[in-house]
Ligand binder design. Structure first.
Ligand code: NAD
Length: 349
């Protein structure tokens, strides 16, 4: 098993294997790039089938964080960590403290936060071993409303570019997944006058959007073929794929879900269909902005202003993609690379 030769290795600066005999901790920390600053990215606690799967996951995720931080203009690099095992069976406060010690040994090159399988409480345990952790109980709290606000602004940017209007009144938006982010997105869209269509496996979540925002419920399989203007994926990844592309009747895809394109080529496929795609890691970066701002002088107004930058960044991506006749997903990657390929403080050094 070669890590250096792996397709996802992609010039990672550092890949650390952490172990603690007493607690049984096995973790991998991927630090993809720190040209813009320390690598910030959450800790995923997951029962991988094998170590190769865990390495692939951490490499992909940490690389993604580099692109997300860079395109958002944050002075941060990209990293991510995975803890191997079933959290329900092996997670203990001591194991999280041991994980904190692994992070501490990296001297601030990597900062962790919550992800799938870890909680605010876990961040508090990690904090007992290292200060390089965000998302603590004393921190900024639930990032979902901030992520939703960024997604709302990104959707507005897409409407501005594609439909040449600032007015969302009467626009039909299909929101897939009305959980943490989807609910707040619905709220913002409802206040802006949009007509909501919603789908979810959770009946209570659906009921709430019907009662509060007058949303129309759509069956799980009918999402893609809906006669609406915008599709906002806010549940699962990979919903833009060979099967769904044939069904889409929308003009815009703009939602918060991670990894919306099943494969990179689906960005081109959306372009070929004349559908404007707001690249996922650009539009859903509000949560990262929020957690990155979790310092002693956390200021919600500063966070809001930074999140508002998502609107301008997306307009820039859309305009450049049109000019260069390329998919927006490719242009986002190119622009992120332009921003992280060289250390940002090089001139001062
Ligand atoms: P969540 O779990 O609170 O909400 C997801 C919702 O999708 C749930 O209500 C769930 O019932 C529903 N769902 C699951 N399967 C579905 C299906 N087949 N069809 C329709 N609905 C289905 O998660 P969240 O925090 O709201 O995140 C939503 C998406 O946004 C995820 O892809 C997440 O990775 C991404 N994201 C979230 C944040 C954040 O701040 N929470 C930040 C960046 C990206």
């Amino acid at each position: 098993m070669s890590v250096f030769e792996a397709a996802d290795f992609d010039n990672h600066e550092n890949v650390v294997l952490g172990h603690d005999e007493q607690t049984g901790l096995k973790c991998i920390i991927g630090i993809h790039n720190t040209n813009r600053g320390p690598a910030l990215g959450g800790s995923r606690f997951w029962n991988y089938n094998n170590e190769q799967e865990a390495i692939t996951d951490v490499l992909r995720l940490s690389k993604g964080m580099t692109y997300k931080a860079a395109i958002t203009g944050l002075d941060l690099g990209g990293g991510k960590s995975v803890i191997l095992g079933d959290p329900k069976k092996i997670k203990t406060p001591d194991l999280m403290r041991a994980f904190g010690r692994v992070i501490e040994r990296l001297n601030g090159a990597y900062i962790t936060a919550e992800d799938v399988g870890t909680t605010v409480q876990d961040m508090d345990y990690i904090r007992e071993s290292t200060e390089h952790v965000r998302g603590k109980s004393t921190g900024t709290g639930n990032p979902s409303p901030v992520t939703a606000y960024g997604t709302f602004l990104g959707l507005k940017a897409a409407v501005k570019h594609k439909l040449k209007t600032d007015d969302l009144t009467g626009l039909r938006v299909m929101v897939q997944g009305v959980g943490n982010v989807g609910y707040y997105l619905c709220k913002d869209l409802h206040e802006a006058g949009a007509h909501l269509f919603v789908s979810d496996i959770n009946q209570d979540s659906l009921k709430r959007t019907v009662e509060e925002f007058g949303a129309t419920v759509v069956g799980l399989d009918e999402v893609y073929a809906q006669e609406v203007d915008i599709y906002a994926p806010c549940a699962l990844g990979a919903t833009i794929n060979d099967k769904t592309l044939d069904q889409l009747k929308v003009q815009i895809v703009s939602g918060a879900a991670n990894n919306q394109l099943a494969e990179a080529r689906h960005g081109q496929a959306l372009k070929d269909l004349g559908i404007l795609y707001a690249p996922d890691y650009v539009i859903n970066a509000g949560g990262l902005v929020n957690v990155a701002s979790e310092t002693d002088d956390y200021d919600p107004a500063v966070v809001k202003a930074k999140v508002e930058g998502i609107y301008d960044t997306l307009l820039e991506i859309f305009t450049r993609a049109e000019k260069e006749n390329k998919p927006t997903s490719i242009i986002a990657d190119v622009m992120a690379e332009e921003r992280f390929m060289h250390p940002i403080h090089a001139a001062a050094e």
